[in-house]
Design a protein around this ligand. Sequence first.
Ligand code: GAL
Length: 407
Amino acid sequence: MKRKLLSALLSAAMVAVLLTGCGSGSDTGSSAGSDTGADAGTTTEAPAPTDDADTGADTSSANAGGSKIGISMPTQSLERWNRDGEYLDEQFKAAGYETILTYSDNDAGRQVNDIQNMLAEGVNLLVIAAIDGEALNTVMNEAAEAGVQVIAYDRLIMNDAVSYYVSFDNYTVGKLQGQFVESTLDLANAGDTVYNIEFTAGDPADNNAGYFFNGAFDVLKPYIDAGTLNVVSGQTDFSSVATNQWNTDTALERAQNILSSYYADGTQLDVWLCSNDSTALGVAQAITSDYAGGNSVLITGQDGDEANLKNIVDGVQTMTVYKNVSNEAIVTLALAKAMMSGDAIGESLIPSFGIECAYDTESYETSEGNKCPSFLLVPSVITKDNLQDLVDTGLYTMGDDGYLKAN
Ligand code: GAL
């Protein structure tokens, strides 16, 4: 997935404004452009090598006062984190920072190790997407003792050493999924029609997962209560529908069990609400192989992973909630710069992002009563009808086969 990322980023930062509907940028150019060569700094081996493919502690030196940034991503087994890691690494390097980038193979213990190694390498700031938001206490305390500031990236860490949180509005992600089901089936005017639905949520160790599920469930609960939506399996609480590590095979197996237990008699399934694309992939596979009915099932997702975008083109998945993670990296870089320069941080920083974003000091807590100031970007709905919006970001290309590829 190597790409001419740097040049893409320059135009993506502008073009993304189109997708998120904000900012004053009028550049609608594509991602085409020449490599600026800013990635030409020294590249060294990771001090904390991982067995993932794209592990390296790529370091490059430039200005930025010789500051070193530790970027700790959860795993390469889920597509989006590859994009996040790459965007963050490229953008920090382009701004003149040295970087150490690691993936921890969805192993929380290994992530602790990877971050400890970064601290030993003398990083000045940490950007962390936690595997388990509750499992980083020791290393967060070590970071605090070393005076290293921490940005919780995308997923909140339950420790007060976190200075800021950069993410999307996670509750809204779920809400968009629920509202999509509501409007597509016109639930408000369903009369006596009953639609059958099942739910698949995310990893309980990921603080985001509950927000996604609640956002969707809060929209749909009135229809469940009214009998317009019927959860045939009866599984509606988060712990019953959660998927450890957002694993595709785990979601597949649970979906197969539900199909054979509740739908093998020909009961029609109308909707499978999935919190993200990796779980939607497993559910779609189970429906393709194990569902007896002939109707197409409405399946939701999140992330805009290539395999899911293909399924959307093929009519196997219905929608995904897209989060422009290049923009998430841009916001993270701008915030990190402000933190390291000791600038005032708050709402006033947002215009400089050129990206639609809210500064929220109420919604997230790293411990009881301890609010974490958060910069929350805006997600959007992608269906078969607006796939071009993804191409317009400059981050995807439409292939000759009619399917999108991440650049
Ligand atoms: C969440 C993230 C989602 C999804 C999921 C699985 O924390 O916000 O975008 O990718 O993890 O990786």
